[in-house]
Ligand binder design. Structure first.
Ligand SMILES: [Zn+2]
Length: 190
């Protein structure tokens, strides 16, 4: 897929493991954009109900309102019902939508709407999580968030599943996952 977009729209990709501050980065950027007077729509997957059904909530407890998208195809209709049209659409936990997220993101950029996405770029098998394979090369700005490896204290890059699971997408928090560096990471087995 080729990406053609007006000069004024930008794609920002925030990526990294769990517990690295990705949602905090989103909350900060939404606050900055709204301070500038931009109309911002925040979208999150409906399945991610760990903390709230209608908000992006950081592990530290900060929250901003968010519209729920059950599937990636819900994103454009959610944008269309906004008045005025958003200048910025922010999508958290984008890996829940996998490759289905790419087309709506490109459609928004083509309309001159900037997009900020955030999510886990490596799954608990240790493989690149779609849609980051498609989005990272096309991003105008890449923000690689890292936390601290739970085993050795080095910068974290991976999200390790502590309880065995074969599904790629698992909703979980501190009880089910730790973040580790690449050297300490123990991938889930299929
Ligand atoms: Zn480590």
């Amino acid at each position: 897929m080729t990406l053609s977009k007006p000069e004024q729209s930008r794609l920002v990709v925030i990526h990294g493991p769990m517990f690295a501050g990705k949602s905090t980065e989103i909350v900060r950027r939404v606050g900055e954009a709204r301070t500038r007077g931009a109309h911002v729509l925040v979208v999150k997957p409906e399945r991610d109900t760990r903390y709230a059904a209608d908000a992006v909530v950081t592990h530290a407890g900060e929250r901003i309102e968010a519209a729920n998208a059950r599937v990636a195809a819900d994103i454009l209709p959610l944008v269309a019902r906004e008045v005025p049209q958003p200048a910025l659409v922010v999508i958290d936990e984008i890996h829940f939508f996998a490759s289905d997220a790419v087309a709506p993101i490109h459609a928004l950029l083509a309309r001159g709407i900037s997009v900020v996405v955030a999510g886990c770029d490596i799954d608990h098998f240790g493989e690149i999580f779609a849609p980051f394979d498609a989005l990272l090369p096309r991003a105008d700005e890449r923000v690689h968030k890292q936390g601290v490896c739970a085993r050795c204290g080095a910068p974290s890059t991976h999200s390790e599943r502590l309880v065995p699971a074969t599904d790629r997408i698992i909703i979980g928090g501190a009880a089910e996952f730790i973040a580790t560096c690449a050297a300490c990471f123990r991938p889930s087995r299929r």
